[in-house]
Design a protein. Structure first.
Length: 322
């Protein structure tokens, strides 16, 4: 039987790739987005499909739909975007979660929360397992996102315990790939855009801070496996690539793969920027049979090809922060 699936934030970077997979699987997909940081062009190719529907709507306001599954991906995720209007960011995480959980309760739908590795803050445990409770500054400039996502996880588990809502919580680590907004301020899109243009590559700090980079197709596969897992599996579960690279290594690799002559320049490290970020994916491997399969160089190659195929000047920067 065809499933009715709602994807909030469905026109965003991750959401649009998820919509692709669900439409191809034959699900009846509703993509809901307010287009703050997303692009309608990400899902234009789906508009003629009979099992795809696009709704412009802000998840902080209630919406009444009849669905079987909900993927809650709605929230700006790049620091410059979520810090641009921090109160709105917190509302999106908290009120948005309440609205989708209320719908899931009424419809008896399964609901998946796209949480984030930011719930771990600037971690003192490495790599980060799901049992680690984090080192988060609740009053810092990143708190609107970090604490918003932590509060959303709280809401998901309280709705599950109090109302029997069928939940999944996944913690997304750094993800990259085609359809990243060229001005989202994330490290991969920044480096690729700068390298292609021949501009200086901006590295914050000395470049020794580390990240793990998961290709978008791998992450979407993790979403789908988490949703399909037995109802006893609620998470939270880490989804990310455990291969760790320094920011300096990433910059040099992007320069090499793009054939750029860009120089690397240093800038001051932003406040509360984590020094290390790498997932322990043991639970995802055991419970979901999931591991990323895309090598960083292969994923960066596809990302660079995408950035070469678009006119970055045609993209409106969502905020003046970049």
């Amino acid at each position: 039987m065809q499933k009715r699936v709602l994807v909030t934030g469905g026109a965003g970077f991750l959401g649009s790739h998820l919509c692709d997979r669900l439409v191809e699987a034959g699900d009846d997909v509703i993509c809901l987005d307010n287009f703050f940081t997303s692009q309608k062009s990400n899902v234009t190719h789906l508009l003629g499909r009979p099992n795809f529907e696009l709704i412009r709507h802000d998840v902080t306001h209630p919406v009444w739909l009849e669905v079987d599954e909900i993927y809650n991906l709605a929230c700006p995720a790049a620091p410059g975007h979520y810090q641009y209007n921090p109160i709105k960011t917190m509302k999106t995480s908290v009120i948005g979660a309440i609205n989708v959980l209320g719908m899931a309760k009424r419809c008896r739908a399964k609901v998946l929360q796209a949480s984030t590795s930011e719930v771990y803050g600037d971690p003192t445990v490495h790599p980060q397992p799901e049992s680690y409770r984090g080192s988060v500054n609740p009053i810092g400039p990143r708190a609107c996102y970090d604490e918003g996502k932590r509060a959303a996880e709280t809401l998901f588990f309280d709705y599950h315990r109090s109302n029997g809502v069928n939940i999944r919580v996944v913690r997304v680590f750094n993800t990259y790939g085609p359809r990243m907004h060229p001005y989202d301020g994330r490290v991969v899109s920044n480096f690729v855009r700068q390298a292609i243009a021949g501009d200086d590559i901006t590295v914050f700090g000395d470049g020794s801070q580390t990240r793990s980079f998961c290709y978008v197709d791998d992450l979407v596969e993790g979403f789908i496996r988490a949703m399909a897992a037995p109802d006893s599996f609620t998470g939270p579960v880490n989804l990310g690539n455990p291969d760790e690279f320094t920011i300096a290594q990433l910059a040099k690799t992007v320069i090499e793969l793009s054939g750029s002559d860009s120089r690397i320049v240093r800038r001051e490290l932003p406040e509360d920027d984590p020094k290390q970020r790498c997932p322990d994916i043991t639970l995802a491997q055991k419970a979901l049979g999931w591991s990323p399969t895309t090598d960083l160089r292969a994923g960066l190659g596809a990302t660079i090809a995408y950035f070469r195929s678009i006119d970055a000047a045609a993209f409106r920067a969502p905020t003046p922060n970049y």
